[in-house]
Design a protein. Structure first.
Length: 557
């Protein structure tokens, strides 16, 4: 079977770094290859200066739309230089000449509507594309494609829509979520149809919304490229597109370049948000986590406002609590974050009904440690803490309870992952972990599942549905809870520019090597103490519940 033959539709301009990133991924693809670049030439704007382009826009869309575009351009002129200083994002704005890419190219001249939005292809251009014998096209250029171009290849035209198409159709990508202070920004990979953003959707995801437009856009685009690559690999391997997501009636407006009042709203909201962030920094404040506990018969019976707060030490905070009852003692292991080193270690706290006592540090590495997930096997106690800075998943074994721990095994390496849960079910060991597939440092939106015969295997099998959840409102782990044979996953809810805004509990309803499903059991909102801004971890063992929460506080308190 031949590799899937892919054509990439582009504009007749230099491309940014993310385009090159997908090209580079394709060179190592097993099941597809990008065979041709189809370059769209826009005769309206070709070889014209800013004045001519502005005059053309004025004539076709009027003075109000011209002012809207100018003001929207001001946003980019302010924000993009800020991002370019950060090496993580600078590549997005680096231009790469199409001519330098060693892939076959053909040039087409689309027929552009009076509005400048709709692109149709002449028969001669369609014949030239057919002659390439391509299986599928990727839309990477301008224009709303209409007409025969949509069916010129057997699998049609695949395209990103950088928003949740059930909520936002139109443009600009990643802007409206910031203006509306939405907690997440979605994206889809769809097969284009005559209905704008109404084609069959084959992949969906949602990442946390960043606090200003260009940052939100870059982070979203960094994440999406990976999944176009994976979809093409799957299509090339199986010869068929996956089952599309079910459709819903779209009841929102068609979005376009924001109006002048909305641009003003954006400047005001974003400016105030920036001032608040700067003010916290000047005042030595941060989103500072704390841990609380409560003795209760069952984790479902807790009344959270009755919990006892463990006071943070000066210049440190406790977070990510996990509790175990062993040898007649309740020991809570926590992330112990030190502001002076910007690193976390793992500390043990003994909790009794009348007091709690900090016992000291049990794990210290030269990289950040957090999320000390606990599990038992064959009478032994193990911990799988977060070690993402080492790009590993590690298991430590308790050799002298509760204080002495030793590295047992590194079970995965060269992987960007956080908040790993390990548990045994139906004769297999299962791993639920949050992976950043794009290496963009966004680790809150993808939940991946693996399985193996032993907990310390180094040969974990990827679940075919990975990521089993791709949604920043429920993907990131916050613990596991057990009720007889039932398993509940605690998950984090990310807010607008707010990590761990709330948490929920979902019951795992299907778990096999081919299936995964869960259903919401309850939400846990940060309303039980004053001035809370969020919470994200919940643990229970033998009558003791522990959780964490966050407030804006001085670091030294």
């Amino acid at each position: 079977m031949h590799k899937l033959r892919v054509g990439y539709i582009l504009d007749d301009v230099d491309q940014n770094g993310l385009f090159l990133h997908l090209i580079e991924r394709s060179r190592n693809a097993k099941n597809y290859s990008i065979e041709s670049l189809i370059i769209q030439k826009n005769l309206r704007t070709e070889s014209t200066g800013v004045f001519s382009k502005s005059l053309n826009l004025l004539q076709t869309q009027g003075v109000v739309n011209l002012v809207r575009r100018i003001l929207f351009g001001v946003i980019n002129r302010i924000e993009r230089p800020i991002l370019k200083r950060n090496p993580r994002y600078a590549n997005f704005f680096t231009s790469h000449a199409i001519d330098s890419i060693n892939i076959n190219k053909i040039y087409v001249t689309p027929q552009i509507s009076k509005s400048g939005f709709v692109y149709r292809y002449a028969d001669a251009d369609l014949d030239a594309i057919r002659a390439l014998n391509l299986d599928v096209l990727i839309r990477g250029g301008s224009g709303i494609l209409r007409g025969k171009i949509l069916t010129v290849c057997p699998y049609g035209v695949l395209s990103f829509h950088h928003a949740d198409n059930d909520e936002i159709r139109g443009m600009p990508a990643a802007f409206w979520e910031v203006l509306n202070r939405d907690p997440s920004t979605g994206f889809i990979i769809q097969q284009l149809s005559e209905e704008l953003d109404g084609g069959a959707v084959y992949f969906k995801g949602a990442v946390p919304t960043s606090w200003f437009f260009n940052l939100n856009m870059v982070r979203l685009y960094q994440k999406t490229n990976v999944f176009m690559h994976l979809l093409l690999e799957q299509l090339g391997q199986t010869g068929s597109l996956p089952t599309p997501h079910s459709k819903k009636p779209y009841s929102k407006p068609l979005y376009s370049i924001p109006s002048i009042p909305n641009i003003i709203r954006y400047f005001v909201k974003t400016g105030l948000h920036a001032i608040a962030k700067a003010q916290r920094k000047v005042q030595g404040q941060s989103f500072r986590w704390s841990v609380a506990y409560q003795f209760v018969d069952h984790w479902k019976s807790a009344v959270l406002w009755k919990s006892t707060i463990i006071q943070n030490p000066p210049n440190r905070f406790f977070a990510d609590p996990f509790v175990v009852f062993r040898n007649g003692r309740h020991i809570c292991y926590v992330e112990d974050y030190d502001y002076s080193t910007s690193l976390g270690t793992i500390t043990a706290i003994e909790i009794n009904r009348d007091k709690h006592t900090e016992l000291g540090k049990v794990l210290v590495e030269d990289f950040h440690l957090s999320y000390p997930f606990l599990f038992e096997e064959a009478g032994e106690l193990y911990m799988c803490p977060e070690t993402h800075q080492a790009r590993q998943i590690r298991i430590y074994k308790c050799t002298d309870f509760p204080m002495r721990w030793e590295l047992h095994k590194v079970i995965m390496s060269d992987i960007s992952t956080v908040d790993t849960n390990l548990f045994k079910f139906n004769g297999k060991w299962w791993m639920l972990t949050n992976i950043d597939s794009s290496d963009s440092a966004e680790q809150c939106s993808e939940l991946h599942l693996f399985y193996a015969d032993t907990f310390d295997s180094t040969e974990w099998t990827r679940h075919p549905l990975n990521p089993v959840i791709f949604d920043s409102l429920k993907a990131r782990n916050g613990g596991l809870l057990f009720d007889g044979a039932d398993i509940y996953r605690v998950f984090q809810v990310q807010g607008f520019d707010l990590y761990g805004a709330a948490m929920g509990v979902a019951k795992i309803t299907a778990l096999t090597t081919q299936t995964y499903a869960e259903e919401l059991y309850c939400s846990i909102t940060p309303d039980y103490f004053k001035k809370l801004r969020g919470n994200h971890t919940y643990s229970f063992d033998h009558g003791l519940m522990v959780l964490d929460f966050v407030r804006v506080e001085k670091n030294t308190v």
